[in-house]
Write a protein that binds this ligand. Structure first.
Ligand SMILES: NC(=O)C[C@H](N)C(=O)O
Length: 483
């Protein structure tokens, strides 16, 4: 059963080929047996899962037939789940059981999904390797000596290893798309405001967006349909109807205008990845697409701008973790200041501290104009580049990452080397547009992802193109050996 996609599971449950209880028990057994190799789960919610599976079977017996009813998923451990540890993979949230469900969790539970657990991640979603977790690094099922990408590395590893058919993730600068690329999955970061951030622990609020990771575009369409929608509890959530993503999948691609930004194919890109990207372009041409060279001239400024804006917002968001209200508190504080200082010094890991310091510095009087304000101006230029490009083309295509998954530990001592790996993904967050990564082949046995970008609220278009590509290729069907 573990090789079935979410859509196949949905159909099998509807046809009563097996029950939700049988399916979820089988996956729980598989998680117990195999996750010791990957470390993709922080918490396995066995009791909750069986309770939800029994309820789903009862709802089906009573005549309900929702597409997600009884389907197994996992949540990245920054989505609040009532009564269950929600850790952000940080020591500072040690023992924190959320008092309520995030909107995404609530919506998916109402649709009948079964939560098998909470998935490992980079601490507070800061990283591209899933090595900064307080709960230990996650391993890539394609090569256990390599990183799965980050920050949604646990979600990616679990889905790639067939421990789960799909999972939620979040993407602030690539955290869904980059791990999807490193583990041969399809993952979509929706338009900013498409999915509610309520109950999703904030890293950089103007960039964070939740979305699905799965093995196929069809599965992403199914899960995103359950996640997206207006939520009055998130003031940045957009009140616009959600498209029928499943219905959009089968549109023909004839006449689709694809733009290839020349800045995406410059220095730093592994030539073997460039070849894979061009092979995807050829395949899409056969399906009727036309291709045009375009330019996104401000892309070179994206990394410095992102690594000012994201830490600035993080330094503000993370000030709430002070040992008073949530999670970890240092032993025997001498006074209030000592409580704050030692709790935060002991509770946050090195990368989180680095970003709090960078962000605080960038926002401080005298430096604000030079760094934060300048970064915001660059952000606008990057957005304008996309708006101009989408005047000429329907979709932008390029690599998701410049390199395939690197070795565990390889970029640990060089944060900037790791930041540079985000070059192709962070622009979509700065502009707020949707982006999708899909499997496009292998280099030395390691998965390669291709990224598709679309205008605001055209998630359906991205899923449509990826689905059509997946009808004529089978990269996405390849499973890692041993899983
Ligand atoms: N959170 C993300 O989207 C990952 C990005 N590499 C960051 O560390 O900010």
């Amino acid at each position: 059963m573990h090789h079935l996609t979410l859509a196949e599971i949905s159909r099998a449950l509807a046809a009563k080929e097996f029950s939700a209880v049988e399916l979820n028990q089988a996956l729980l057994a598989r998680i117990k047996q195999l996750d010791t190799q990957l470390n993709s789960f922080i918490t396995v919610t066995e009791e909750l899962a069986l309770e939800q599976a029994r309820a789903a079977d009862a709802r089906r017996a009573a005549g309900e037939n929702g597409a997600l009813l009884g389907t197994p998923i996992g949540h990245k451990d920054l989505f609040c789940t009532e009564g269950v540890l929600t850790s952000c993979a940080s020591k500072i949230l040690e023992g924190f059981k959320a008092p309520y469900d995030a909107t995404v969790v609530e919506k998916l539970a109402a649709a009948g999904t079964v939560t098998l657990g909470k998935l490992n991640m980079d601490e507070f979603a800061m990283g591209s390797a899933n090595e900064s977790s307080h709960y230990g690094a996650v391993k890539n099922p394609w090569d256990l000596t390599r990183v799965p990408g980050g920050s949604s590395g646990g979600s990616a590893a679990a889905v790639a290893a067939r421990l789960l058919p799909a999972a939620t993730g979040t993407d602030t600068g690539g955290s869904i798309r980059q791990p999807a690329a490193f583990t041969n999955l399809t993952g979509i970061k929706p338009t900013y405001g498409r999915v509610s951030r309520w109950g999703m622990i904030a890293y950089a609020s103007s960039l964070d967006q939740g979305g699905p990771l799965a093995r196929t575009a069809e599965d992403c369409a199914l899960l995103l349909g359950g996640m997206a929608g207006f939520d009055a509890k998130d003031s940045t959530c957009v009140d616009q109807p959600v498209d029928d993503y499943l219905a959009a999948l089968n549109q023909p691609l004839a006449g689709l205008r694809i733009g290839l930004p020349r800045e995406y194919f410059g220095a730093g890109l592994d030539a073997r990845i460039a070849d894979k990207v061009m092979a995807v372009v050829e395949e899409l041409k056969k399906l009727g697409a036309t291709v045009k060279d375009i330019s996104l001239p401000n892309m070179q400024h994206a990394i410095p701008a992102y690594y000012v804006i994201a830490p600035a917002e993080a330094s503000s968001n993370l000030s709430r973790f002070d040992g008073v209200r949530f999670g970890y508190r240092c032993e025997n504080p001498q006074n209030l200041e000592d409580l704050y200082k030692r709790t935060r010094a002991e509770g946050f890991g090195a990368e989180v501290k680095r970003r709090i310091m960078v962000g605080t510095y960038a926002l401080s009087a005298g430096y604000y104009d030079a760094y934060y304000l300048k970064a915001q101006k660059i952000r606008r230029l990057i957005k304008n580049d996309f708006v101009a490009a989408f005047g000429e083309v329907d979709l932008i295509l390029g690599p998701t990452t410049p390199n395939p998954a690197w070795k565990l530990g390889e970029k640990n001592n060089d944060p900037v080397a790791q930041y540079l790996e985000d070059i192709y993904t962070i622009t979509a967050n700065l502009a707020g547009i949707p982006g999708l990564s899909m499997p496009a082949g292998f280099v030395d046995g390691l998965p390669v992802g291709v990224q598709l970008l679309a205008p605001y609220f055209q998630e359906g278009r991205l899923l449509n193109v990826a689905h059509q590509y997946q009808q004529v290729t089978d990269w996405h069907k390849q499973a890692p050996a041993g899983f």
